[in-house]
Design a protein around this ligand. Sequence first.
Ligand SMILES: *[C@@H]1O[C@H](CO)[C@@H](O)[C@H](O)[C@H]1NC(C)=O
Ligand SMILES: *[C@@H]1O[C@H](CO)[C@@H](O)[C@H](O)[C@H]1NC(C)=O
Length: 367
Amino acid sequence: MRLSSSVLAAATVPLASAQLHYWAQKAGLEFFGAATDTPGFRERAPYPAQYSKYDEIFADPKEFGQTTPTNGQKWMFVEPEPGVFNFTEGDYVANLAKKTGKLLRCHALVWHSQLAPWVEQTKWTPDELKAVIKRHIFGVAEHYKGQCAHWDVVNEALDEDGSYRKSVFYNVLGEEYIKLSFQWAAEADPGTKLYYNDYGIERPASVKTAGAIRIVKLLKDAGIRIDGVGMQGHLHADNHPTMEDHVKTLTAYAELVPEVAFTELDVRIKVPVNESKLAWQKESYQFVAESCIRVPQCVGITLWDFYDPFSWIPHVFPDNGAALPWNEDWSKKPAYDGLIEIFKKFAKEKEDKEGKGKGKKERRLIA
Ligand SMILES: *[C@@H]1O[C@H](CO)[C@@H](O)[C@H](O)[C@H]1NC(C)=O
Ligand SMILES: *[C@@H]1O[C@H](CO)[C@@H](O)[C@H](O)[C@H]1NC(C)=O
């Protein structure tokens, strides 16, 4: 995404370093993170010259306290042939998380997309497909046992109308596959937090939000553990959820599960980029940050990568781009500044409140 130099000048944040994770934690969140992918593959392949700068920003523990592999743990990469596991790409990000001291969200065990072709090409009986899912979940979750703070156990099980997506899993097993997946993930890595993750579940009135709530209740009614709902947060600058929308939705999930998170945040702009669109985008990022702070069960926010050239958006939505806080030339968008503004505001409120609390206690001690 190339911005004209005048727009770019306006978009550039003068602050040399402000650091998202540092301020997000001060504001009360557990983490602010960025997903990342394997060097040399997919969107990243054409940009080897940018890797050293990228790695430097990614590694900064004050900038990002958490990461997620955008691709490396998906079924097509980790079990490309039946029962043949390949953890090369998943391990790259897991090891990077360890090396740079970041919390690891793992993604995703059972998903209809980027699935190994053999899963869809075979005509399974229900028992056969159950065995396939079980082998996959145990194979992958046991490999990463102890490393994943969260696992996205089931990803995008809902269709656009809020009904179950007619995936191979659903077509053969019905909603049973969701229950079994959570059960097996809990057995394979009892220490990880088990998430349902989806897109389009950020607005309170969305039929998909109702669907996500239905899935959580399905699991809870069956006595199966689910620890969190992940709202992917692939948002649009020109039509984004309001603060009130986010707070309502987060609260609805938080009444049912111990935690919620924004797991794949990016805010795409319809090109060409101009200053108004950058301002809408900034507002959208700020609403996400503020709502997450306001709802105590919201543990953190993950960007779906942080550098525009590595974003999936222009590849999948051709008239869209500029979705991430860092521009191609490494300048930052107003959205970055906007996030820091919100985090600093709430950090200060928190400090003032705690300061007052401390003051009261000291007064009591004196009395
Ligand atoms: C495992 O995956 C890596 C990365 O995609 C690939 O380079 C490698 O050839 C794969 N290994 C096998 C044995 O297929
Ligand atoms: C940017 O583009 C949008 C959509 O075309 C338009 O509504 C807006 O007025 C433009 N803003 C500026 C500053 O040009």
